[in-house]
Design a protein around this ligand. Structure first.
Ligand SMILES: CC(C)(COP(=O)(O)OP(=O)(O)OC[C@H]1O[C@@H](n2cnc3c(N)ncnc32)[C@H](O)[C@@H]1OP(=O)(O)O)[C@@H](O)C(=O)NCCC(=O)NCCS
Length: 172
């Protein structure tokens, strides 16, 4: 575990992309919380960053200093739920905390700032898609008042098995 409890939450910048990718790629490798099978390249991470920002969606990072270097401990972001015009006030959230920075309140802080920003940007409905077995995410969403709208059976396939997905929604 990293020996710090002092974090700053700020909007992400392009220079954060490599560390955000590392966090996501760790999760891709060990869990079904992300349905990709292989790591996301730096170029794909950069494309995600640019399309998110130019699409009008926020990305936040939690940073801390480790041996004088700024380290990204986690991030939260919004993205398109569906692209058709009528869905423009709905967004889907993502939140990933580096495995060595978990259980320190970062998830709560990053989601709190993300939802406040979502309100400022006039989003109306925020959707989350939570894979089977992800109790931490379910509990975090519940703490913010998200309601479970349904469980999609066998919605994903990874590590040679079918995985259910719970969809949650918060009206801002
Ligand atoms: C889910 C996740 C974002 C939580 O981040 P975190 O910084 O560890 O969470 P926090 O310390 O802010 O805890 C907030 C709440 O989350 C829940 N929680 C966090 N870790 C938990 C765990 N291991 N088991 C059960 N609940 C947990 C608790 O309700 C906790 O509140 P509490 O401390 O009052 O009990 C983090 O575990 C993570 O990044 N997981 C992998 C990626 C992922 O699943 N992303 C979400 C995809 S939908």
């Amino acid at each position: 575990m990293v020996e710090t409890n002092s974090y700053t939450i700020r909007p992400a910048v392009e220079a954060d992309v490599a560390q955000i990718n590392d966090i996501v790629n760790y999760e891709i490798g060990v869990s079904v919380n992300n349905f990709n099978y292989g790591p996301r390249s730096y170029e794909d991470g950069l494309a995600w960053f640019n399309s998110t920002i130019t699409g009008g969606y926020p990305i936040f990072v939690a940073t801390t200093l480790v041996n004088g270097e700024e380290v990204v401990g986690g991030y939260s972001s919004l993205g398109s739920f569906r692209q058709k015009d009528g869905y423009r006030f709905t967004a889907e959230y993502s939140i990933y905390i580096h495995h060595e920075h978990r259980k320190r309140g970062l998830g709560r802080r990053l989601l709190s700032d993300l939802l406040a920003e979502a309100k400022t940007r006039k989003f109306h409905a925020i959707i989350g898609s939570i894979s089977e077995g992800n109790e931490a995410s379910l509990r975090l969403a519940d703490q913010f008042g998200f309601r479970v709208v349904g469980v999609m059976k066998d919605n994903g396939y990874k590590f040679d098995r079918w995985i259910d997905n719970t969809f949650v929604e918060l009206i801002l």
